[in-house]
Design a protein around this ligand. Structure first.
Ligand code: SF4
Length: 104
């Protein structure tokens, strides 16, 4: 039987484990043009219109592959789908659960 998670875990050293993959036990494609980075420096992080870009600010991840999860995450979070850029802004990005629509 083909066991993708276990096979992938054996192929890479621990520092290369895709974060979401290991924590959720599911396969999540890795963006080949990106590396791991902080949400506060990522173009897929969306915060309230007047919110500060800071570690403690709560926002919504609008990465296309993660949108179905409505992932609420602070600026100090991060993952390997990081794409360097400035955050988007949308009303409701910090609500629990988030009510904002992706603005990018
Ligand atoms: S969870 Fe990943 S893709 Fe989403 S905003 Fe944070 S670093 Fe970017």
């Amino acid at each position: 039987m083909y066991d993708l998670p276990n096979q992938r875990l054996r192929e890479y050293p621990s520092q290369m484990y895709p974060t979401h993959y290991v924590m959720k036990g599911i396969y999540m494609p890795i963006n080949p043009d990106s590396t791991w980075g902080l949400c506060m420096n990522c173009q897929w992080w969306q915060i309230e219109p007047k919110a500060a870009v800071a570690e403690e600010t709560v926002g919504l991840c609008i990465d296309e592959n993660l949108q179905p999860y409505r992932l609420s995450i602070t600026g100090s979070g991060g993952c390997n789908r990081f794409m360097k850029g400035t955050p988007a802004h949308g009303e409701g990005s910090s609500r629990q659960p988030p009510t904002a629509q992706p603005m990018r």
